[in-house]
Design a protein. Sequence first.
Length: 81
Amino acid sequence: MGSGLGVFLLVLGAILTFAVNVDIPGVSDDVLGWILMGAGLLAIILAIALRGRRRVRTTTTSDPAARGGVVEHSEDRTDPL
């Protein structure tokens, strides 16, 4: 959703900057377009950065005893008591 919003803002900003001459009182349409393109680029970068954080990493370990294998433990332990 974040990258879609970013692309929308980027396209809207490019249209305002390069394709349309509109008279908005008190606001330059070129400056508004550049601001929207910057916001769109920022939204895309944030969406990519946050997508990497949402990945869940799992680690699977295998236990030979659970698969019916023989597990031998040898400990050389002396109790001081």
